[in-house]
Design a protein around this ligand. Structure first.
Ligand code: SF4
Length: 731
């Protein structure tokens, strides 16, 4: 079969969204011919190119000048000036846009000098703000920032003057997120960007292409739903019944799980749920694609749309569940259709952890589908993307990713796991080391005790560079209520271990839980402040708690637990969306805490106001925190205490030498560098020889021999104790 996989606009600019890579690989593994198109990136280039901007200004100039006049008549000189400046300097924008993209893709260093200094380069409000906020003269090294803001300025122009639904990384999100009926979404389908930029792109891409047998549109977020529908409508019109059209992806899995909207059938033939492997297998095996006269019996995780009926899916089928589990272990994402050099590496924040997200065309993959814990009260634990924990074959994945890295010239991996399992992360890291450490990788973890000082140092040595995880509520009681499965000590220990090892750390925070009080929020905020003050975090983000239908807490509520939770169940409505998000009584009570929490955090992330009392950030009365001032200090002391324990050779662990080359400085005294510090010790020659072989970079044979020698020698073990944590780790 001929299959096309589509990523609709608009998602993150700098990397392709990975679902396309997984589906492509899966279809190819079944012997189908499959191609993946990242139409999100294509739309970015369709707008932000010489040709695109020329057209944009032609279409919008008149309206822009009217808007400027209106702003001026209302006394808003600033807006009037900004809009007129776009029009007056449109030729500068048109002449520079291709170079702006080239610079963001790291391909035009020479033009960076010109872009910074030429008075004929375009400037917008965000660019000016950036330039004036710099406490030193901007240098050519700041030009990628300047170009990122240039793109954002142009994005502002598009959304202000041409199409209010547009933003650089999402499209018409609010139409889908607000509780809307399907007909309202349909009414907005022909919005300006879709009509003038996306339609021609689709025509150019598909009109001369023979009808594929199947098209799969993966819809990861709400901000891609409307363009996905537009794509589906275009392809249905172009190919008719020759092509079977299926949608799936993260947004579909949460929001369209129970959809009964018949009109969707005008656009698509089916919805595939969850990973998709089982549902597509069921579809292929049913023979329905070859003979589409009658709807078959219900199929596994596939909702089928007929002319005037919908056939709901089967959500359980043993055989296909086993098939899916086996396949999840084996699928290696296939990026062969992707040109990573075209993805703009955007940088709009100096925070090093934030930079990781956008500044790099990461190859995305996962070490395990789902979450190995899958018990947090607020999380969608009833859905496959969380509860369907299935690890992959790490060795096979490593080989595949290394091959992709070499072919594409991109050596950064962003693991998109819900939570990277420490065991498999270590396995991946050691494989990387044995191959000479070519890959740099980072991703989501759970802050837990498994991430010891030793393991963090080993991971860092082997290429692991960033960890993001949920801290959620930084209080012991809160962590129990949300069933996080970790305590503050484990969290502080993991963060300390990562930071000591040079790994960047980000924490997700949540406020406004159903059980929250002003006191619990203030305590959480104070603990977070102490985390930053102790240097345990690089960045963080406060989310407002959202109750979801597929969460653990809601499930338990339906079973009679959580008397303090009062969900407001939706009345039957015309909306096909917002099925997962639920309201609950009291949900707005702590809304006002949001801005002060964010302001404080923004300062802390830039190393400012860390000593300021947390209550001072609020312009309304809040209780003082009841968290001890030395709470974090004590947690760190306990972490140090845990790490000062002697190596117990009876434990089923291994030794790794992470220090630099041992250099003899005087008779039997050797010095080395570890974590940028110099150490020196008296060591025997045989031990020095063995230490070299205990490097994670050694071959398995050399390593095993060296490790066995140490295990057999009490004398060596005695010497080894003195090297623990100053070059040697035990994991
Ligand atoms: S919140 Fe994170 S750790 Fe908790 S169950 Fe969900 S994915 Fe797992």
């Amino acid at each position: 079969m001929n299959i096309i996989v589509i990523t609709p606009p608009l998602v993150q600019l700098n990397s392709p969204y990975p679902s396309g890579a997984y589906l492509t690989s899966f279809f190819k593994s079944l012997g189908h011919d499959c191609h993946w198109y990242d139409l999100s990136l294509e739309l970015v280039y369709a707008i932000f190119s010489k040709e695109g901007l020329t057209k944009l200004f032609e279409l919008s100039e008149e309206k822009a000048l009217k808007l400027a006049d209106k702003a001026q008549s209302e006394g808003d000189e600033n807006t009037a000036f900004n809009i007129r400046r776009y029009i007056s300097t449109k030729n500068n924008w048109i002449n520079w846009i291709d170079d702006i993209l080239l610079i963001l893709c790291g391909k035009s260093r020479e033009k960076e000098h010109q872009f910074l200094f030429s008075p004929y380069a375009p400037r917008g409000a965000r660019m000016e703000n950036f330039l004036s906020s710099m406490d030193r003269e901007p240098s050519v090294d700041d030009v990628r920032f300047l170009c990122s803001y240039a793109l954002a300025d142009l994005g502002d122009y598009v959304s202000t003057v041409f199409d209010t639904e547009f933003s650089l990384i999402r499209y018409a999100e609010h139409l889908t997120v607000d509780e809307r009926s399907f007909s309202e979404i349909e009414k907005n389908l022909d919005s300006p960007v879709m009509q003038h930029f996306y339609q021609p792109l689709l025509e150019k891409r598909f009109e001369k292409m023979p009808a594929p047998d199947m098209v799969c549109i993966s819809i990861p977020f709400a901000g891609t739903f409307l363009p996905a529908l537009f794509t589906a409508r275009f392809l249905k019109k172009l190919y008719g019944d020759k092509t079977y059209l299926v949608i799936g992806g993260g947004f579909v899995n949460t929001e369209l799980r129970e959809v009964s909207e018949l009109s969707l059938g005008k656009y698509i033939d089916a919805i595939s749920y969850d990973r998709g492997y089982g549902s597509y297998k069921a579809l292929f095996d049913s023979g329905f694609l070859q003979n589409r006269k009658n709807l078959p019996k219900p199929l596994y995780k596939l909702r089928l749309f007929g002319a005037d009926s919908i056939l709901p899916p089967l959500f359980e089928q043993k055989e296909l569940e086993v098939y899916e589990t086996n396949l999840t272990a084996q699928v290696i994402p296939d990026y062969s259709d992707i040109d990573f050099s075209l993805y703009p590496r955007v940088c709009d924040d100096k925070n090093p952890m934030h930079r990781l997200w956008n500044d790099g065309a990461w190859i995305k993959a996962y070490l395990a589908h789902g979450c190995y814990w899958h018990k947090c009260a607020f999380c969608d634990t009833q859905l496959d993307y969380v509860c369907g924990y299935r690890p992959v074959n790490v060795e096979k994945l490593y080989r595949g990713l290394l091959q992709t890295a070499r072919e594409k010239g991109v050596y950064g991996i962003h693991f998109v796991d819900e939570a990277l399992p420490p065991k498999f992360l270590k396995e991946f890291a050691l494989l990387n080391a044995r191959n000479g450490n070519p890959l740099y990788f980072w991703g989501n973890v759970r802050f837990e005790k498994a991430f010891t000082k030793d393991l963090a140092a080993l991971l860092s040595f082997c290429g692991f560079g960033g960890a993001s995880a949920g801290l959620e509520v930084a209080t012991g009681d809160g962590l129990k209520v949300i069933n996080k499965g970790v305590d503050i000590d484990s969290i502080a220990g993991a963060c300390a271990a990562f930071k000591e090892a040079g790994i960047l750390v980000h924490a997700y925070m949540i406020y406004g839980f159903w059980y929250d009080t002003a006191q619990t929020i203030i305590n959480s905020m104070e603990t977070l402040r102490q985390f930053f003050q102790a240097g345990l975090l690089d960045s963080s983000f406060w989310h407002k708690f959202v109750l979801t239908k597929n969460s653990q807490v809601f499930y338990e509520w339906t079973k009679g637990q959580h008397d303090d939770l009062n969900p407001v169940l939706p009345k039957a409505s015309k909306s096909i969306f917002a099925n997962n998000n639920l309201h609950f009584k009291g949900e707005d009570k702590y809304q006002k805490f949001g801005p002060p929490l964010e302001n404080a955090l923004s300062s802390w992330m830039h190393g400012q106001a860390l000593d300021r009392k947390v209550t001072k950030w609020f312009d309304f009365p809040v209780p003082p925190p009841t968290v001890a001032k030395d709470f974090m200090e004590k947690a760190i002391a306990r972490y140090e205490e845990r790490n000062s324990r002697k190596i117990d050779f009876s434990e089923n662990k291994k030794l790794y030498w992470l220090g630099s080359i041992l250099v003899e400085t005087e008779a039997s005294v050797y010095s080395w560098i570890y974590l940028q510090e110099e150490f020196a010790k008296k060591l025997t020659r045989p031990l020095v020889e063995l230490l070299k072989k205990l490097s994670p970079l050694s071959s398995i044979e050399d390593y095993d021999k060296a490790f066995e020698s140490i295990k057999k020698s009490p004398e060596m073990q005695k010497q080894i104790q003195g090297l623990h944590n100053i070059g040697l780790v035990f994991v």
